[in-house]
Design a protein around this ligand. Structure first.
Ligand code: ADP
Ligand code: ADP
Length: 226
């Protein structure tokens, strides 16, 4: 169960770089929300503030009604997937997926069970002993997803996760991510600059421009009132 409230969130990188302006949004449990807008509009900054990777300049961020502005990332119960996958090149697929669990001192047999289950869901069973360089782009992104799902985090944040994939794989992975969401029902925020991707994936769209939320609604509502 995870609800997020962004109450008047602001981000200044500098006194003249006002990257996010009075961002207000309530995200319900199990929702799949997409932030969409051109490069530089503040999507990634907003996501990173939610993850705790970037300080919030003003406003309140609530997760299940608890204010988390000052909670460090590792205590936020959030898993994030990045565009460049951020895998450890010297580690196997198994160890990449297991990494966050080892960090949190889970028992070895519990880790193994979770990693093997995630690998099955993502079709990576036969690749557990490989290093990332011996994987395709799609497989690498599945490893990154695996690392997020084994954590059982309350919230998934995905920052342009498919941007480095070719067009065909991108379409396939969209469906895989949607299926993953149907299965796990984890509250998810997905960031993309790609309008088609946003329209096909979102249950709710948040359209941003120049640090400002311009529109919030279903893909149909946004499409009908551009
Ligand atoms: P998006 O994810 O929509 O492409 P960003 O959140 O990355 O947008 O960037 C929003 C604005 O903040 C841009 O003007 C960008 O140049 C600026 N910005 C992003 N990161 C930094 C940073 N670390 N330092 C200064 N300015 C930044
Ligand atoms: P370390 O503790 O040295 O980091 P590893 O993470 O390589 O060790 O392995 C820890 C345990 O994870 C092993 O004992 C093994 O049970 C399991 N394991 C590692 N790789 C695999 C794999 N490809 N498939 C199944 N289990 C694995």
């Amino acid at each position: 169960m995870a609800e997020l409230k962004l109450n008047n969130i602001n981000k200044y990188y500098d006194k003249d770089v006002h990257a996010v302006k009075d961002f207000n949004l309530d995200i319900g449990d199990k929702e799949f929300v997409v932030f969409v807008g051109p490069s530089g509009c503040g999507k990634s900054t907003t996501l990173r503030m939610i993850a705790g990777l970037e300080e919030i300049s003003g406003g309140d961020l609530l997760i299940d009604d608890e204010r988390v502005n000052d909670v460090p990332p590792k205590n936020r119960d959030i898993a994030m997937v990045f565009q460049n996958y951020a895998l450890y090149p010297h580690m196997t697929v198994y160890d990449n997926i297991a990494f966050g669990l080892k960090l949190r001192k889970f028992k070895k047999d519990v880790i193994k069970e979770k990693v093997v289950e995630a690998a099955k869901i993502l079709g990576l069973e036969d690749y557990l002993d490989r290093k990332p360089k011996a994987l395709s782009g799609g497989q690498r992104q599945r490893v990154a997803l695996g690392r997020a799902i084994v954590r059982n985090a309350k919230v998934f944040l995905m920052d342009e996760p498919l941007s480095n994939l070719d067009a065909k794989l991108r379409v396939q992975m969209r469906t895989e991510i949607q299926k993953l969401h149907q299965r796990l029902q984890t509250t998810t925020i997905y960031v993309t600059h790609d309008q088609t991707e946003a329209m096909t994936m979102a249950t709710r769209l948040v359209v941003m421009k120049d640090g400002v939320v311009q529109q919030v609604g279903s893909p149909k509502e946004v499409f009908d009132n551009p």
